[in-house]
Structures are given as structure tokens and as C-alpha cells.
Design a protein around this ligand. Structure first.
Ligand code: HEM
Length: 418
């Protein structure tokens, strides 16, 4: 892929495009621009200070003005394939590579947050156990492709240069990330697979992409996500403990599902009005009572859909002819009101198409499936809403790809012999 032209775009968009392109030329263009060269501003780290759970990011994240955890701005999902039969030496090499990254960067959005996960294809090669199922289509509206590579690393940072440099250092494509020498790399054990995915989250970032086909000028200036509304409120996210596997060989780990979606933003912004958008994303009550504001800024730390609004979903379908996405999904909360999924999704313009890489952590993959079916609301179709029409946001989202992964606890993350 060609490098973007810095004169044709804003600084933030240019950085985002460099992350999407990846590779050494993009990294050096990024470092030229940001000056984040060795030792200048990116904190180094100490493996000893990293938490036992790979997915324990919340304590490191900053918060927004309301106190909701603020996701890192830049994300890369790097798919990997095994190039060797795993053994103890390979495992030591992989662990040494990860620890090198932990020395190079602090466990902080100003440094690097990352996880490594293993797919069903991986377990099929190394073990007779099947700790996670192969991905499948979950709804009748989709025929996705599936992730069939062996492992994936999710890199996240507020610094574009960090996600790019960490990725390249891990694969032996650059030396001394952030000025720190790598003791080992993944070379000889893993190689890159397809598809590499990238993305971004944060107020103002989606609106920077209105130059792209499929991203209308009407994306709100301050929106953190393409569809124009805030998401990831503290109250609607599972606590990290709720998504942590409690017993067995992977206790302390979690599972990850990655659903890649493309978005039909033209229809969303140009055929629907604000009232309809608020109703379809949160609930009809949010539309009628004007509870959300322009981009959800009125909602603080909670949408308030759990409980009565979620319980009224079927009635809203019959009587109002419309149901909200969050309202439907909240039907799948635990009996005590706790949400079972920890969503760490991000926007993308991979392949120049607006979309979302919906990355979700949960104790087991079947919990994801259960919540995703509640969101699909196939039970509501024919009850006043269609399969897609007025059924939350289903008319505007298209599932392209799914993958399931197991994220072992950090001490077993170089899981080469199951
Ligand atoms: C383009 C895709 C999507 C967009 C724009 C989107 C947007 C939103 C928004 C704005 C909220 C309300 C804010 C919040 O509670 O944090 C929400 C809630 C939620 N969404 Fe999505 N979402 C998308 C896809 C999905 C998918 C694929 C799932 C999979 C199951 C999902 C599951 C949920 C859940 C579980 C909630 C919280 C419900 C509760 O309060 O318990 N979303 N989403």
C-alpha cells in the first residue's frame, strides 16, 4: 500500500493512515512527524509491573469527563500463523519477545497495552482439547468469512508510532523499539497472516474521514464512533472480573470475539433524522424524551436501558414500531443487572470502507453468542419491526468476518504446548 500524502489530510488522519498502511516506511514517516523517537516522551516499562490478567486494562486507562474509561486511540490486530511445531524452546522465545515489549513500553495508553490470543485452529494443532469453538454465523442475516489463522495480537496505544513500532519489533522488522533492545522476536515461530486490521476511537476522529466514499459530511464533529453516538458507558460494560475465566487450565484468562462490520452511513445520516437515530441506537424512549443529546453527551455513565426499557422491547416493537440497539442488547444482562460483555470495539477505514472491528471480551464464547442474538432481535421480527427495518441498527451494519480467541492469563500467554 502507498504512503498517504501529508499535505492532503489533517495530522491526525495522516497518523491514522500510516497505522493502516503499516511497515517500516510508514513507521519512519510517523516518527518524523511526531518526534516520538527513542526516549522522547513514550514511557518505558517493567514486566514485573504488568497485571496477571492480559485483559486488565481498565486501571491503566484514563477517563472521560463523566468518569467512563477512555479507550486508547489507535488499535492494530496482527494475525499470526505458526511456522514451527511448538515446543518449550519456542515458548521461551515467544515469552522473551513479549517481555521485551513490556520493557520498551509502560502499561499505559501513553505506552502500550496489548493482548495475545489463540484461535481454535491453533488448539487443533497442539492439543486434543478445544477450549473455544470455531466461529460460526450467529444470525440469519450474515454469511461472514472466518479467522482461520493461529494467533492474534491486539496492540492499543494513544500513540500511533507505538502500535506500529511494537508490531514491527515483535516480528523482527525493526530494532530497539523506544530505544530498548529486543531479547527475542517471534521470528522462527510465527509469521504474519491475513487480514491485518487497524482502527481508531475518540471524539472527532470519525469526522476526519468525510473525504472517503461512504462517510457523509453529516457525521457529527464530536462523535467518537462513526454512527455518531457515545458508546462504552461504564455501567453497560462488564467488569473485568465478570469476563475472567474462573477455573480450569485457563483460569485468569478470558475469551475474545472479533466481529468485523461494514457500515451504511449514507442511509443512516441522510434518510433518518436525529430522533430516529437516537431511538434506534438507544431506545424509542430516548428519542421521545430527548434523553441523549447530540452524541449521547447527556447520558453520563449510563444509558439507563437496563431494567424497564429493556423489558419493554417487545412492547415497543408492537406499539411504537421501533426498538433500540442498546435496549435489545441489555435484555441479555445477568439476572442481577451485570452486563456479561466487555466491549473494546474500534472504528476502522480498512480497505477504505467505514466499519467497526467489534472486539468483545467475555468469560465464554457462548455468552457472546447469547448477547449477539438478543441484539439481532430475530424474535421481534414480524412483531412490528422487520428483520432489519426499525430493528435497532441492523439496517446499517453488515457482518463481514468473525473470529474466536482464547486469551490465556499473562503467565501462560506463550502458550505453545497446551
Ligand atoms: C456498528 C456497530 C455497533 C455500534 C455503532 C454500537 C453502538 C452501541 C451504543 C451507542 C450503545 C449504547 C451505549 C453503551 O451502552 O455503551 C451500545 C450498547 C451495547 N452494544 Fe452495541 N454497537 C454496535 C455493535 C454491537 C455488537 C456487534 C454487539 C454484540 C453483541 C453489541 C452489543 C452491545 C451491548 C451488549 C451493549 C450494552 C447493552 C447494555 O446496556 O447492557 N453492539 N452499542
Amino acid at each position: 500500500m502507498e504512503l498517504p500524502d501529508p499535505d492532503e489530510t489533517s495530522r491526525r488522519d495522516y497518523l491514522r493512515s500510516l497505522v493502516a498502511v503499516g511497515g517500516t516506511a510508514a513507521l519512519s514517516a510517523c516518527l518524523d512527524l511526531t518526534g516520538d523517537e527513542s526516549g522522547s516522551g513514550v514511557p518505558t516499562g517493567d514486566p514485573v509491573e504488568r497485571p496477571a490478567r492480559q485483559h486488565a486494562w481498565n486501571d491503566a486507562l484514563g477517563t472521560d469527563d463523566d468518569g467512563n474509561p477512555r479507550p486508547p486511540e489507535h488499535h492494530v490486530l496482527v494475525p499470526l500463523s505458526l511456522t514451527t511445531t511448538p515446543d518449550a524452546d519456542a515458548s521461551d522465545t515467544v515469552e522473551a519477545a513479549f517481555q521485551s515489549l513490556e520493557r520498551a513500553y509502560a502499561h499505559d495508553p501513553a505506552g502500550l497495552l496489548f493482548t495475545v490470543g489463540y484461535s481454535p485452529a491453533y488448539f487443533a494443532q497442539v492439543s486434543s482439547e478445544k477450549p473455544i469453538p470455531a466461529p460460526e454465523a450467529i444470525t440469519t442475516l450474515e454469511s461472514p468469512e472466518f479467522d482461520e489463522f493461529d494467533a492474534v495480537v491486539h496492540f492499543a496505544s494513544d500513540k500511533a508510532a507505538v502500535v506500529m513500532e511494537a508490531e514491527q519489533a515483535l516480528l523482527g522488522e525493526t530494532d530497539e523499539p523506544n530505544g530498548v533492545e529486543m531479547d527475542a522476536t517471534l521470528e522462527g515461530v510465527f509469521e504474519r497472516a491475513e487480514p491485518r486490521r487497524t482502527g481508531f476511537v475518540g471524539p472527532g476522529l470519525p469526522a476526519e474521514h468525510t473525504g472517503l466514499d461512504g462517510v457523509p459530511d453529516s457525521v457529527p464533529e464530536e462523535a467518537p464512533f462513526f454512527m455518531g453516538f457515545r458508546s462504552g458507558f461504564a455501567e453497560s460494560q462488564a467488569p473485568e472480573e465478570r469476563v475472567t475465566i474462573q477455573d480450569g487450565p485457563y483460569a485468569g484468562g478470558t475469551t475474545m470475539h472479533v466481529e468485523s462490520l461494514t457500515l451504511q452511513l449514507q442511509t443512516w445520516f441522510e434518510q433518518d433524522n436525529h430522533f430516529q437515530r437516537v431511538s434506534k441506537i438507544y431506545s424509542p424512549e430516548h428519542g421521545e424524551e430527548e434523553l441523549a443529546g447530540d452524541v449521547g453527551e447527556k447520558l453520563g455513565t449510563s444509558t439507563g436501558v437496563a431494567g424497564e426499557i429493556a423489558e419493554r422491547t417487545e412492547q415497543d416493537a408492537r406499539e411504537r414500531g421501533m426498538v433500540g440497539h442498546a435496549q435489545k442488547a441489555a435484555r441479555a444482562r445477568d439476572d442481577n443487572g451485570t452486563p456479561p460483555l466487555l466491549r473494546r470495539d474500534f472504528n476502522t477505514v480498512d480497505n477504505e470502507v467505514p466499519g467497526v472491528h467489534f472486539l468483545s471480551l467475555q468469560r465464554s464464547i457462548d455468552e457472546f453468542v447469547r448477547v449477539r442474538q438478543a441484539m439481532a432481535g430475530e424474535d421481534l421480527a414480524g412483531e412490528g419491526v422487520g428483520q432489519r427495518l426499525n430493528n435497532g441498527i441492523l439496517q446499517y451494519i453488515f457482518v463481514r468476518r468473525r473470529g474466536n480467541f482464547l486469551l490465556p492469563p499473562r503467565e501462560d500467554r506463550a502458550l505453545l504446548e497446551a
